[in-house]
Ligand binder design. Structure first.
Ligand code: S3P
Length: 158
């Protein structure tokens, strides 16, 4: 079964995936290759609904991979995606409090996330709250990541 990391933006999915499996697959990178532009530009040009369609197709394609898969934070917003994850993956939810995640998103200037750019802090926190139950629904393991080093988190997952 595919091992899949889920969690809100800034939870460290790609960093931990790389530690678990140097040949991990980053879903957002696969999508970026497919669309031929950054996700931020794609949101501006085609909108979030179009992004979610490509994300759903890409998830289904990648779930057969033997490698660890890191997902985008919004993958759980689709019920169909949650069903796929529940049925076909061993899902680890990297959980943290909103303040920690917000600080990390703000500091990550090399990755300009459209939801971060386009929402107030309060709106983003509402999105975060709404997603909690969905992350928990698909998770087979929940790891609290705030205050832990990447290696500590990796060891907890293994
Ligand atoms: C999104 C998270 C992003 C990316 C897109 C939408 C989201 O991935 O897929 O900007 O809805 O939470 P990361 O969680 O890797 O930042």
């Amino acid at each position: 079964m595919a091992k899949v990391l889920v969690g809100f933006m800034g939870s460290g999915k790609s960093t931990i995936a790389e530690l678990l499996d140097p040949d991990f697959v980053d879903m957002d990178a696969v999508i970026t290759d497919k669309i031929g532009m950054s996700i931020a530009d794609f949101f501006v040009e085609k909108g979030e609904v179009a992004f979610r369609q490509i994300e759903a197709v890409t998830l289904a394609e990648l779930l057969t991979s033997q490698h660890v898969l890191s997902t985008g934070g919004g993958v759980v917003t689709s019920a169909a995606n949650r069903d796929l994850l529940s049925q076909h993956a061993d899902v680890v939810y990297l959980r943290a409090d909103f303040a920690t995640l917000y600080e990390r998103m703000a500091a990550d200037t090399s990755n300009q996330r459209p939801l971060f750019l386009n929402n107030s802090r309060a709106d983003l926190e509402a999105i975060f709250q709404e997603r909690q139950a969905w992350y928990e629904e698909v998770a087979t393991q929940i790891v609290d990541v705030a205050g832990k080093s990447p290696v500590e988190i990796m060891e907890e997952i293994r």
